[in-house]
Design a protein around this ligand. Structure first.
Ligand code: NDP
Length: 276
């Protein structure tokens, strides 16, 4: 029997990137999955990818919703319960990228662009899902980011702040909900090849350029490789699998190819530097 057989999962932000990879993995591992995003066409692509891998159509529910609104959140929870009758796993993954809706970086960005979806929507969706997760003694996995700190991220400070707030929410809800048998954890990815560049409105090829710049510099990514969505999906599945991770409560697993362990100077070979 597959490890998530009999479980029902909601994966937010599953019309693209990490969420899509996670929804596909969960469905392949036996879960009934609600996929969701604002973009109906991309959501349909996720659904077709799931079905292509042999998952029965009855196991997938697609809900087009804007999670920045409580109406969208209610639709997501209500239609999942209506279709599948329970909720075991909530993956709070939907999130914005680094530029704000006007394409700005740094201090001048609109803080609410990040606050609304990366943090507040996670809070209210968790509140709405709570009673169902208590009934099932379920799991929550939040998708944070290494941008939460402790390093500064001056170009994308509100993104980083929203993820830092999310980390504190993970820790605090974990203690709040474990008394009811619900576990809460998170994953903090470094750079992952997803649709995030397109979501930022970057021109075609710009994201690839940034990725290969990072990959070629060990002070950026010591392992020399950008992650793929499945690399993060595997960690989310681990944290949602009580048989494997039952004693992990309120933690965030960093998956960043070593990025946060190095500082620019440390990454260079000092013997090479003094030779020239
Ligand atoms: P993508 O842009 O590929 O996916 C983002 C997803 O979030 C999409 O499915 C999008 O759906 C959804 N989403 C965004 N805003 C809303 C909204 N208002 N309502 C409903 N859905 C929404 O990005 P990633 O896969 O990279 O990002 C997923 C998570 O991973 C985010 O929380 C991000 O911060 C985090 N992360 C990503 C990293 C990376 O390098 N890629 C690094 C660290 C963390 P739609 O457009 O259809 O609404």
């Amino acid at each position: 029997m597959a490890r998530f057989t009999g479980k029902v999962a909601i994966v937010t932000g599953s019309s693209n990137g990490i969420g899509r990879g996670t929804a596909i993995l969960f469905a392949q591992e036996g879960a009934k999955v609600t996929i969701t995003g604002r973009n109906a066409q991309r959501l349909e692509e996720t659904k077709q990818e799931i079905l292509k891998s042999g998952v029965p159509e009855d196991n997938v529910l697609a809900v087009v919703a804007d999670l920045a609104s409580e109406k969208g959140q209610d639709e997501l929870i209500d239609s999942t319960i209506q279709q599948f009758g329970r909720l075991d796993i909530l993956v709070n993954n939907a999130g914005t990228a680094f530029l704000d809706s006007q394409g700005r970086t740094g201090l001048d960005q609109d803080v609410s662009d990040f606050d609304k979806i990366n943090m507040r929507s996670v809070v209210t969706l968790t509140q709405k899902a709570k009673k169902y997760l208590i009934e099932s003694k379920g799991e929550i996995v939040n998708v944070s980011s290494v941008a939460a700190g402790p390093q500064a991220h001056s170009d994308m400070m509100y993104y980083g702040m929203s993820k830092a707030a999310l980390d504190q929410f993970t820790r605090s809800t974990a203690i709040n909900l474990i008394q009811h048998g619900v576990r809460v954890n998170a994953v903090s990815p470094g750079a992952v090849a997803t649709g995030i560049g397109e979501a930022m409105g970057l021109p075609p090829g710009a994201m690839e350029k940034m990725m290969s710049f990072f990959e070629s510099r060990k002070e950026c990514i010591p392992c020399g490789k950008i992650a793929q969505p499945v690399d993060i999906a595997n960690i989310i599945a681990f944290l949602a699998d009580r048989k494997l991770s039952s004693y992990i409560i309120g933690q965030s697993i960093v998956a960043d190819g070593g990025s946060t362990l190095v500082m620019g100077t440390q990454a260079h070979n000092l013997m090479e530097v003094i030779k020239n």
